[in-house]
Design a protein around this ligand. Structure first.
Ligand code: PEP
Length: 250
């Protein structure tokens, strides 16, 4: 999938009853005409199909927030990659810290989910990031290296992967790393991917964690930051759109 910059993706998490979700999606769809960048929204499963229909005809990407590694079976409460694709999703977020740390998801399982998502033709937004304790202990690169190695399959198909660097301590806290730290981490990620995965080393890298209209422009101006993954601020169409504009989108 070709993803013109800036790439601005919104993770709605567990927010959005049908009426609000459709109003939010509709408000974005009205602004996103003849777009220069890539806008994506990741609503809850319950509204995904309706949201996908609401934005059909625009280039907006609609995705799920997780998927199982199996196509079907006795997995109560889970949703598979073919189900997401069938509902109109073109992408899926995997490895979000709220699942890694909140629900105990491990790299090996995430890796199988990534493979399953690709099997259904979905774009994977793979989230990686260190906790505050790991950050303070100076273990950021070690953790990112382990998560990259553990949650990425050997063969990565072209155009099917975006990596989102999301420091756990920055998610929903209003705190962010300094611009210099974001720059260093993304430069390290780029160099690591080029060395380890030369075929896809130039894949898009997003920053995520307390992105707001006020800091989005500076963050997306950093080298090797191709866009942002936005949580809280993606629930307000005005703020989310201002973030997209701040990254140079139109
Ligand atoms: C997220 O959950 O992916 C995220 C970045 O959240 P927030 O923007 O609210 O920090």
């Amino acid at each position: 999938m070709s993803l013109p910059r800036p790439i601005v993706f919104g993770n709605w998490k567990m927010h959005g009853l049908r009426r609000d979700a459709l109003a939010l999606a509709g408000s974005l769809a009205e602004r996103y005409v003849r777009p220069s960048g890539s806008l994506g929204i990741f609503p809850p499963f319950t509204v995904l199909a309706e949201v996908a229909r609401r934005v059909a005809g625009t280039r907006m990407i609609v995705g799920g927030q997780d998927c199982h590694d199996r196509p079907e079976g006795p997995f109560t409460g889970c949703v598979s990659a073919p189900m997401l694709a069938d509902a109109g999703a073109r992408a899926v977020i995997l490895g979000h810290s709220e699942r890694r740390h909140g629900l105990g998801e491990r790299d090996e399982w995430i890796c199988r989910k990534v493979q399953a998502a690709w099997g259904s033709g979905l774009l994977v937004v793979l989230c990686i990031g260190e906790t505050e304790a790991e950050w303070l202990a100076g273990r950021r690169f070690e953790v990112l290296d382990r998560q990259l190695a553990g949650s990425l399959p050997e063969e990565v198909p072209a155009g099917r992967l975006v990596i989102a660097y999301e420091p756990v301590w920055a998610i929903g806290t209003g705190r962010t790393p300094t611009l210099e730290d974001i720059r260093d981490t993304h430069a390290w990620l780029r160099q690591r991917l080029r060395a380890r995965r030369p075929a896809v080393g130039d894949l898009p890298l997003l920053y995520g964690g307390s992105v707001k209209p006020e800091n989005a422009g500076d963050i997306m101006a950093q080298p090797d930051v191709d866009g942002v993954l936005v949580g809280g601020a993606s629930l307000d169409p005005e703020q989310f759109w201002r973030i997209y504009l701040a990254g140079g989108g139109s």
